[in-house]
Design a protein around this ligand. Structure first.
Ligand code: ASP
Ligand code: MG
Length: 473
């Protein structure tokens, strides 16, 4: 039988009214066909607030209690608004129990003035446990054949608290066994998981999307529907490009490129498990439920209207340049450079090396830049002393613009058009990278030009082109 998974993000479940809307969406979807699981995020803002009060408590700052009470009130009010009075008392009691437990943990943090990432994961887990439990109870008033599922039971990870790595083999087994025994529709917690010792872990901020993907892949569902607060993946960030519009269809690879490069619609690791099993993802808007959103699958449309799929960007980038005449033809410099950065857990966002081998540039976040330079100066201290490598140069206040599209593979001249658009707008390109997959052309430019660059490229590929094709037809 064909089954689906739905996932609702924090804004979708952020208030009692929105939860009602979500329940209507679930009811409608059920008319269309069976749903196996619905995954929920914490109510919007709650994860951030939980982090904030944990930090306050660890600094022995009593004001954490004020926010704690606000969070508690918000959840209790949600129950009171959504449940009939006769159903309220047991649910309120359960919610209270959760808050008592949370209060005890926070009090512990307050007393010992220490917040480990392990404790923080446990504290954050309350967000999803509360939202999911409450929504489950609301739906349960009318719809009996559902169950609440705390996915810490099934999703097993390593002990890398804060961004744990999933043990897919074990997790998949757990999921299959559990779902075999539980035919009812499951209302499941996003974001949270546990170690082999049953300590609570989390899958990284925004990780509820990933939860849906893990379930979808294990259960081989027909599709995973991610319900969020925008109408899908957009051609560019609409806050920066007012003319951006939703992309109706894209490939997994394109979606991955777009999401790694700053389009925050979907948590990037979500795509991989679904790509492997060829399960399509739909991104849908709870506020415009009738809109088709974005459909992500392995199909490349040949009669695509536009040459590219989208443009995204990352601001606050710094570029480190390692250069020197002593690098030419020397084996192992790049290897040492990346190993040194990796050892310090510095993430490299983009790399370029000219074929003269005279210089290597790596882009890192601004926050990592000074540390990265220190690491490289240390790694190449002998070469720098011997003048084989010059001093390591950092350029700050840059942005990366990434132009994404599977069609670029077959179409010559796209890079030319991008440079033409930037050149006309007097925007200087500091560095360029294109992977041989030709899925993404990335350009490093001055940060102050980010918005302008996005807009001129968007106009070139999506607006001017559209006008031309309309003229033709
Ligand atoms: N609640 C978690 C967060 O805010 C997970 C999610 O919403 O996807 O990061
Ligand atoms: Mg999200």
């Amino acid at each position: 039988m064909k089954l689906k998974i739905l996932k609702f993000g924090g804004t979708a479940v952020g208030s009692p009214e929105r939860i009602q809307q979500v329940i209507r969406i679930i009811e409608n979807a059920l008319l269309d066909g069976p749903i196996r699981v619905v995954v929920f995020s914490a109510m919007s803002g709650v994860t951030n607030q939980l982090i904030q009060i944990s930090q306050q408590a660890s600094q022995n700052d009593e004001s954490y209690l004020t926010t704690f009470m606000k969070i508690e009130q918000k959840h209790l009010d949600t129950v009171k608004t959504l449940l009939e009075i006769k159903n309220q008392s047991s649910v309120l009691a359960n919610v209270k129990l959760l808050f008592n437990e949370l209060e005890d943990i926070l009090h512990g943090v307050f007393l010992i003035r220490e917040l480990t990432s392990k404790t923080l994961d446990l504290i954050m887990s309350f967000g999803e446990r509360l939202s999911t439990y409450i929504i489950y109870e609301c739906m349960h008033q009318k719809f009996k054949d559902i169950e609440y599922l705390d996915l810490r039971k099934l999703i097993k990870t390593d002990a890398n608290f804060g961004a744990a790595q999933v043990n897919f083999k074990l997790t998949e087994q757990n999921i299959k066994i559990y779902f075999n025994d539980h035919p009812a529709l499951q209302f499941a917690t996003g974001f949270i998981s546990s170690t082999l010792k049953d300590e609570t872990t989390t899958l990284g901020r925004g990780g509820s999307d990933f939860t849906a993907a893990i379930l979808g892949a294990a259960l081989k569902v027909e599709a995973v529907d991610i319900w969020t607060d925008v109408s899908g993946m957009m051609t560019a960030d609409p806050n920066k490009v007012p003319t951006a519009f939703p992309i109706s269809q894209m490939t997994y690879e394109e979606a991955m490129e777009m999401s790694y490069f700053g389009a925050k619609v979907i948590y990037p690791p979500t795509i991989q498990p679904l790509l492997e099993k060829n399960i399509p993802i739909r991104i849908l808007n709870v506020f415009k439920a009738e809109f088709a959103g974005t459909y992500i699958s392995n199909q490349i449309m040949n009669n695509q209207k536009y040459l590219i799929r989208g443009i995204s960007s990352i601001p606050e980038i710094s570029l480190l340049r390692v250069q020197g005449s002593g690098m030419i033809g020397v084996v192992g410099i790049a290897g040492r450079l990346f190993t040194a950065l990796a050892r310090e857990k510095i993430n490299v966002i983009l790399i370029t090396q000219a074929s003269s081998e005279h210089s290597i540039c790596v882009a890192v976040t601004r926050a990592d830049a000074d540390r990265a330079r220190a690491v490289l100066e240390n790694e190449f201290v002998l070469e720098i002393q011997a003048h084989h490598i010059d001093a390591i140069v950092i350029e700050k206040a840059l942005a990366i613009i990434a132009v994404v599209g599977a069609n670029m593979r077959r179409t010559p001249g796209i890079a030319g058009k991008i440079f033409q658009a930037l050149g006309n707008a007097q925007i200087n390109v500091v560095a360029i990278a294109q992977g041989s997959s030709e899925l993404n052309i990335s350009l490093v430019i001055d940060e102050a030009m980010e918005k302008k660059a996005l807009n001129v490229i968007h106009t070139m590929f999506f607006e001017d082109q559209l006008i031309k094709s309309q003229e033709k037809s």
